[in-house]
Design a protein around this ligand. Structure first.
Ligand SMILES: [Zn+2]
Length: 417
């Protein structure tokens, strides 16, 4: 390899294995994607941090440096899960399946790491199954308690796990959905899972699949809140180091293609390793994810996408069209900041979450309104920022067809429909 340089800087080694880091993608300077700007702060400065991802040459963990402490990001968090219908259905189906599969009942315990506003645990509570949520964001934990979900406001890791195990609070099921990426110390987190898992207990872990992020050009999955980006190959090594074994892998639709790992203690005889594990790992090997070369092309692909998005926007504006956004998700903020899209292209965006309405997107300062604004202003295009929910949103907003408007998504490629 001639042009590959080892990353130099503050953190030059992998957060999991200590291996050397290599360049993956540089998305420029970006504010924290959940730090929405209130009206009275419009004249104030915002903090921008480098948004650069690296890949480890030994374990192939894709990762950001810890540019921002988790305490700064997650203590007050604007993301309330319970505002998306598709998410709630996904959560309810998961609960039905796991209760059946593990025969959970009033004598069991379910612990969720990163339990957010209790949107998932509420379905276990309804079935009379004891739960404990662990959620560092104080404002969302309040919402969880109002749903009857006991919630501990702490950052989960080996220390918290040891306390819980000491109180005899071990779990039959640990749920870790879309949380492992948000943890700087992934070793402490996974060690903690091993500590609170009962001998034949199961932990399910969901995360956007790095293979899909790369093949689907989903660069907007990368933001400061996500310190790590996982493949099955890498997570298998991480769990193995802490005495845990992946025994089943499901491929699911969330976040543009995610994996749900089913993990148990390495020595558990109750759970046999299923073929789905080697199937996914072989798929990753075929895509070259066990070699550094496979990670080289992503940056070129992303820069090409940026030019195509800007070309579409420039042509639409030259033709006198108006464009509104739909949604204010974290991924939208990566996209808009990286591409430099502000109110010169997108007049405003809308979001169903009242917490975000009346605020402005970080960095780009695009105003956020309630969804009614679209019917009021009748834009020519509605750009769906949470493209992974495009069907649900297009169905909700089908009325824009009445005035001849069209939807736009930008990932994996610019598509007008
Ligand atoms: Zn590594």
């Amino acid at each position: 390899m001639t042009d590959r340089s080892v990353k130099s800087g503050v953190r030059a080694s992998c957060r999991f294995c200590g291996g050397a880091l290599f360049d993956f993608i540089d998305l420029g300077m970006s504010p924290l994607c959940e730090s929405f700007v209130p009206e009275d702060r419009l004249n104030a400065a915002e903090r921008f941090y480098p948004l650069i991802a690296y890949v480890c040459g030994s374990c192939f963990l894709v990762q950001l440096e810890e540019y921002v402490a988790p305490e700064e990001i997650f203590t007050e968090y604007a993301y309330f899960s319970a505002f998306s219908d598709a998410w709630l259905r996904h959560a309810q189906r998961y609960v039905d399946v796991m209760v059946e599969k593990l025969q959970l009942g009033p004598a069991s315990r379910v612990i969720e790491l990163g339990s957010n506003d209790g949107y998932l645990l509420q379905y276990f509570v309804k079935r009379g199954i004891p739960v404990l949520g662990i959620e560092p964001a104080i404002n969302v934990a309040v919402a969880a308690r109002q749903r009857g979900v006991e919630t501990l406001t702490r950052f989960f890791g080996a220390a918290v796990a040891t306390e819980l195990a000491g109180e005899g609070r071990k779990a039959d099921l640990i749920v870790a959905n879309n949380v492992m990426a948000q943890v700087p110390d992934v070793n402490s987190f996974v060690e903690g899972i091993g500590i609170i898992l009962k001998p034949d207990g199961v932990c399910t872990v969901e995360f956007p699949h790095l293979l899909r992020t790369m093949s689907g050009n989903q660069f907007d999955q990368i933001y400061h809140e996500h310190f790590s980006y996982f493949s099955a190959l890498t997570t298998q090594q991480i769990f193995a180091r802490h005495g845990l074994r992946i025994f089943e892998i499901e491929e699911i639709w969330t976040h543009g293609g995610s994996l749900r790992l089913h993990v148990c203690k390495a020595e558990s005889e109750k759970h046999h390793t299923q073929r789905s594990v080697s199937d996914v790992i072989n798929q990753e090997r075929r895509a070259g994810l066990d070699r550094l070369e496979a990670y080289d092309g992503f940056a070129h692909q992303v820069r090409d996408t940026k030019r195509k998005i800007l070309t579409f926007l420039i042509e639409a504006k030259n033709a006198g069209k108006s464009i509104a956004g739909y949604g204010a998700p974290g991924k939208g903020n990566t996209l808009l900041n990286y591409c430099g899209i502000r109110t010169d292209f997108i007049d405003y965006t809308v979001d169903r979450n009242p917490y975000k309405q009346g605020m402005y997107l970080p960095g780009t300062r695009i105003p956020i309104f309630a969804p009614d604004k679209i019917a009021e202003t009748r834009p020519d295009y509605v750009m769906i920022l949470p493209w992974n929910l495009r069907e649900e949103i297009a169905a909700q907003l089908s009325y824009i067809r009445d005035w001849g408007a069209k939807f736009v998504v930008t990932i994996p490629a610019v598509t007008v429909f």
